[in-house]
Ligand binder design. Structure first.
Ligand code: ARG
Length: 285
C-alpha cells in the first residue's frame, strides 16, 4: 500500500463545541477559547510546515472552515483516500454519524474533485468516519478498523472489498475511546502502542495475533492526555511523532522505539475529543 505524504488541515475559524458528540465534550460547550485554539492550530500547522522543509512530508494543504461546521477542523474523519491496485487515486467519502458533521462533507468532495480523485460513496444509511476508525500499519498491507461507536461493522464489510490490503475489525466499546485513533498507534508490522482498557478480550486477541511487540500506554495518558492520538509521520529515513505535550510515559516509549518526538499543545481541541491525529488528513497531493 502506498502511503500518502501530504497533509490536509481545515482552518479553525469556526471551531466550537455546540453539542455533546462524545464523552470528552461533556460540560465543555462554553469553555472553548477560540483565540487559544487558533494559536494551537497554527502551531501544529507550523510543525507540519517545518516537516516539509525537513523532507519528512511533501506539502501542507488547507481547506477553509465553514460557519456552522464547528467540528470541521477535525479533518481525519470525512474521507479515506487510497491508491487502487492500478495506481489510481480514489477516496471514500464518509457518512458521518451526526447530521451536523455531515454538513462538512461537500467541502471535502470539492477538494478531492479538484485534485482529480475518483469519489466513492458508502451504501445508503451506513456510517463511515474516515481515518478516525481506520489505521494503516506502516510497512504492511493491513488496515486496523474500529467499529461500534461511530463507524459501523457493516461499513467494514463493504470497505474490505474496496480497499487494497487486509482489514482487521476491532470492536470499540469504551466511550472514552470512541474512534480507533484515540487508543492505538501502529508503529510498524511488529509494534503497536495501545491502551489496554479501550478493548475487550476479542480485540486484545486480534491485536496480539498481528503484533508481537505490544506496548501498553497507561489509561491516564491515553484518555486524559490523548497520547495515542499522536500522529506518527513515517518518513523515508526518520519516524516523527507529533504528540500532545506532557504525555511523558508515551513519549519515552516512543523514544525507545527510535521515534523523534515533537510535543505541542492541543488542549482546546481535546475539549472536543480530539488531538493531533484528528486535526489532519494524510493525502496524496
Ligand atoms: N468532536 C468531534 C466528534 O466528536 C471530534 C472528532 C475527533 N476526531 C477523531 N478522529 N478522533 O466528532
Amino acid at each position: 500500500m502506498k502511503a500518502p505524504h501530504s497533509i490536509l488541515m481545515v482552518s479553525p475559524d469556526y471551531y466550537d463545541i455546540v453539542d455533546e458528540k462524545n464523552i470528552h465534550m461533556s460540560g465543555q460547550s462554553d469553555k472553548v477559547n477560540l483565540e487559544i485554539a487558533k494559536k494551537q492550530w497554527h502551531d501544529l500547522h507550523d510543525i507540519y510546515l517545518q516537516l516539509t522543509i525537513e523532507k519528512v512530508l511533501n506539502r501542507v494543504n488547507v481547506i477553509e472552515g465553514i460557519p456552522g461546521c464547528e467540528d470541521m477542523v477535525f479533518a481525519a474523519n470525512q474521507s479515506i483516500p487510497f491508491i487502487d491496485s492500478s495506481g489510481n487515486r480514489k477516496v471514500i467519502i464518509s457518512r458521518m454519524k451526526h447530521s451536523s458533521r455531515q454538513r462538512e462533507i461537500p467541502a471535502f468532495e470539492a477538494y478531492y474533485s479538484s485534485c482529480g480523485y475518483e469519489l466513492i460513496y458508502p451504501p445508503q444509511g451506513i456510517v463511515v468516519e474516515g481515518m478516525g476508525d481506520l489505521l494503516s500499519v506502516p510497512g504492511a498491507d493491513i488496515w486496523l478498523a474500529g467499529y461500534g461507536q461511530r463507524t459501523q461493522y457493516e461499513a467494514l464489510e463493504w470497505l474490505k472489498d474496496i480497499l487494497p490490503g487486509e482489514m482487521i475489525p476491532i470492536a470499540l466499546n469504551n466511550p472514552y475511546f470512541y474512534h480507533l485513533d484515540t487508543c492505538m498507534i501502529p508503529v510498524n508490522k511488529h509494534t503497536l502502542l495501545y491502551c489496554r482498557e479501550a478493548f475487550d478480550i476479542s480485540g486484545i486477541n486480534r491485536i496480539s495475533q498481528i503484533f508481537e511487540h505490544l506496548v501498553a500506554i497507561p489509561i491516564e495518558e491515553a484518555r486524559d492526555g490523548f497520547a495515542l492520538n499522536a500522529h506518527l509521520v513515517v518518513g523515508e529515513n526518520r519516524n516523527v511523532a507529533v504528540i500532545q505535550k506532557g504525555n511523558d510515559q508515551t513519549i519515552s516509549a516512543m523514544k525507545d522505539l527510535n521515534i523523534d518526538v515533537i510535543q505541542t499543545d492541543t488542549s482546546e481541541f481535546m475539549r472536543s475529543g480530539g488531538s493531533v491525529f484528528c486535526m489532519k488528513m494524510m493525502v496524496y497531493e
